[in-house]
Structure formats: C-alpha cells, structure tokens
Write a new protein. Structure first.
Length: 474
C-alpha cells in the first residue's frame, strides 16, 4: 500500500535516520514528541509510519499498555492532545510496527503542532550515540542544502536519509562541493538514485556509487535535489577521534540574508567547543559578516554552493556566546552550529550536538520537550538569543506551571541567556518530569535552542550524553 494519506492543517515530517557505523552493528531506538500549540482547542493528531520501501503503517492503538505513559494507557491513533500539552511516542512500544526496521514518520493534526525526534544507538564498543532534530512543515521542497558533510574528517562520517515525498518514483541527485581554498561551483562528486514513492534512500559517504569517490579527510557541503518533494536528515557519527559522538540536523530549504545561532562555546565549562558551517546557496560569491555577542567580528567570502568552517576552541571568545551571520551582498545563506565535549569523569566517550541556525525569530518560542531528571537522568538547558535591536525581557514557563514563569530582564541586543530545568524555581521539587515549554519576550523577536543532557552515566562506556535542536516560533 503506497498511498499518502490526506493531511490536515499542520503537516510535520519526522525522518528517523539510522546509520550503520563502521564495522559495528548499531542498535537504534527512537522517540518523538508532539505538542499542540493551540491555547484553546484540542488537537486530533494522526501518525503514519513509512518503511524504507515506502509502505505505510497507521497502527491503532498506537501505544498499547505502554509502560512509559501514566497508568499504562492505550493511545489511540488518531489521538487527542489538549491545548498546549504534549505527548511522547516511543517507537519500541508502537503496536503492529515491525521491529528491526527504519521508518519515516508523518504527523498531522487539525490544530497547529510542533514535533521533534530523539535517536539513541548503541554498539558493542560504545554506549551510546544520541541525536535530536525537529520536524518541519517546510520539508517537502525540491531542494535541500547541507552545510556540512564529512568523509573520514577527523573520523567524522555523514549518513544521509533522503525520503521521496512524491506519489511516484523519482530520481534524486546529491552533489558534493569542496569548501575553503578549493571551493568551486563544479561538484567534486555526484550520485543519483531512483527512489520509489514515499521510500527513503540511505546514503553513506563511502558508497561506491558516488562518482568520483569523495576523498578521505574531506569536509564540504552538499545539495540534494529532485523533480518532486523530498526531506533530508544528516547524521554525522564518530567512532575513533571523538568516540561515541553523533550530530544530527535537517537538510535546509531556501536561504536567508540573516542567520542567528544562539549557542556557541569556546571551552565552556572547561570542555565544550563549537564550530560553525555557513553555506552560500546563492549564484555568486557571498560576502559574509559574523557578529558575535562577545563583540568580535569575522569577515569571510564564500563561493557559490560551498561552505565556510569556523572553529572556536582556543579561548579567543567568551566561553559561551551567540552569532549573527549576515550576507552583505545579497547572497542567501544557510548554516548549522556544532558542539562537542571531552568525556566526563568515568567515561571514555565524547558528546556532540548540532542544530540549524535560524533565519527568523518570534516573540514566542516553543520546545515540544523539556525534562527535569526525567527517568532519573535527563535535564534540559534552553539558550535564547535576543535578535532585536534593543534590550528585552525574556521569560520561560513550563507545561503545567505557567503560573510560575522565570524571567531575565534587560537582555541586550544579540545577547543570549540560559534557562536550565535543573535550577528552575518552578520545577524545584520535581523529578521524572517532562513536558513542553514556552519562551517569550517583552516585545523583541527571539531564537533559541534546546539542549537535552544525560546527567547520570550508568556505565563507564556510556557515550554521547547531549543532543540539541532549534526551538519553534509562533
């Protein structure tokens, strides 16, 4: 059966990306969280799963006797979300969904919703890999941009999951571009695949079909394009130089003259460092100014299709800062920000995370998922950047605790603040809590990211304990 269901008001795509890492077979688990943004109306939410071949499943009940939900309740599909509430769907508990498979997911509703996905993988060497990304109604375009793709770059490897959202088989082409001094408008390598309707093409950088083969120790940019709608996720993983690290982000559509990156690090808490990949998706060389919240400025030029890589690890910046990336000659840009940290005490495995820089802000931001010692392990940091031209007040309220907002006053233009569930007065006496959260300003537009952190290493081999994604605006 390969007929795409009719979708209601809000359509969000969750592409569950699962890489095969080196010679190790990795066991992957996923979950995703949906939040109803309506302040007044219930949302009827429908979930449809697609396997790699494009066959779809709409199980009902969605979660039978799920031990992760209160009172082991069954969740019907479709299910109802009360106004401004959220629901976690854990893949391993989904009924009538074959185990051991990889899936793409479409979530639809009759009210505005947002959703994000978490990935967790473990192998025989390290436990575990973590990735997170937000779904987007803007997926389903004819072209997607990837500012960072790696082939053995400091042992980073990229794995692309590309879903054909058309009702017919179509050819999808991925073109790879050098960056830096070797940048060119001519691809360094290309690959094309005929992908069945609604199926997902999984592409690793050592695929023999890439012609010519990507060189080793290579980091550049990529463009994915087809004659019909598609969706793309990139999973970057590292087994050796940063063992256990994983970074996940969405393929980006369109481009903008201004981009905002709310969280960058230069030896933050002694160990966190960051990098920034900015891709020029315009027709001519882009002149780019990067204004950092600590007052520093970088000026770079980026060739068409190529990307710029900035690395922050030498103590030249504040330990925690934000960036405003501006194209000064009209060429549109896309960008992602990466972060990694050394192993914590008792572990030999690194943590890493990635998010997409925002092209616009809003006076209200949402995260589908925040946690306070959830399952005894996970806490959440939320980092918010004021992208207005004047100072503003920034507040956060957590689902179920809107009467107890937490505020920071007079946040300067381009500056960034951090909220942390672990230290929140509203959640002071809470444990094993999860829910959505809303951030709002006294008038200026904001952008923000969400960091989920595993605070309790239960095994010396346990690995990537952090993941992040960009907040949703309303």
């Amino acid at each position: 059966m390969k007929a795409l269901k009719g979708l209601a008001l809000a359509m969000l795509l969750v592409l569950v990306a699962v890489p095969f890492i080196g010679a190790q077979t990795v066991t992957w688990k996923s979950s995703f969280t949906v939040v109803n943004l309506s302040p007044d109306d219930d949302a009827t939410v429908t979930v449809t799963f697609y396997d790699d071949a494009g066959d779809y499943f709409a199980p009902n009940p969605l979660l039978p006797d799920n031990p992760a939900t209160p009172e082991n309740e069954e969740i019907l599909n479709p299910f109802t979300l009360l106004p401004e509430t959220s629901r976690i769907i854990v893949m391993e508990f989904v009924d009538d969904l074959p185990d051991g498979e990889r899936y793409a997911v479409i979530v639809s509703a009759d009210q505005p919703i947002v959703t994000m996905a978490n990935l967790e993988g473990s192998d025989t060497l390290t436990f575990s890999y973590h990735g997170s990304y937000r779904a987007g109604a803007d997926m389903g375009q004819l072209i997607a941009y990837l500012p960072s793709v790696s082939n053995a770059f400091y042992d980073w490897y990229s794995h692309l999951s590309i879903q054909n959202l058309a009702g017919v088989e179509m050819a999808i082409t991925v073109s790879f571009y050098n960056s830096g001094e070797n940048a060119s408008t001519t691809p360094v390598a290309t690959i094309t695949e005929d992908v069945p309707a609604y199926a997902t093409w999984r592409l690793t950088m050592d695929d023999p079909g890439i012609s010519p083969a990507l060189p080793l120790d290579w980091n550049g940019a990529a463009i994915v394009e087809s004659a019909g709608p598609l969706a793309v996720i990139n999973n970057d993983y590292n087994q050796n130089w940063l063992p256990g690290a994983e970074q996940t982000y969405n393929g980006l559509v369109g481009g903008a003259l201004d981009l905002y990156c709310p969280g960058l690090y230069d030896q933050f808490i002694g160990k966190w460092i960051s990098s920034l990949n900015v891709q020029n998706v315009g027709a001519t060389t882009a002149t780019v100014t990067i204004n950092y919240s600590d007052g520093q400025v970088d000026n770079v030029e980026i060739a068409p299709n190529a990307s710029y890589l900035g690395v922050y690890m030498n103590g030249a910046h504040d330990t925690f800062f934000a960036a405003h990336v501006e194209s000064t000659n009209g060429q549109p840009l896309v960008a992602i920000a990466n972060a990694s940290t050394e192993p914590r005490e008792g572990s030999s495995v690194y943590s890493a995370q990635t998010y997409e820089c925002a092209s616009a802000g809003a006076t209200e931001l949402y995260t589908p998922l925040a946690m306070k010692w959830f399952i005894g392990r996970y806490n959440t940091g939320i980092q918010v950047q004021n992208i207005g031209t004047t100072a503003t007040d920034i507040c956060i309220e957590y689902e179920g605790y809107a009467a107890y907002p937490e505020c920071q006053s007079g946040v300067a233009a381009n500056d960034v603040v951090i909220f942390n569930t672990k230290f929140s007065p509203a959640l002071e006496y809470k444990e094993n809590w999860s829910g959505s959260a809303r951030v709002y300003s006294s008038g200026n537009d904001l952008v923000g990211i969400v960091n989920q952190n595993d605070e309790d290493l239960q095994d010396p081999k346990e690995g990537d304990s952090a993941l992040s994604f960009l907040m949703f605006g309303r």
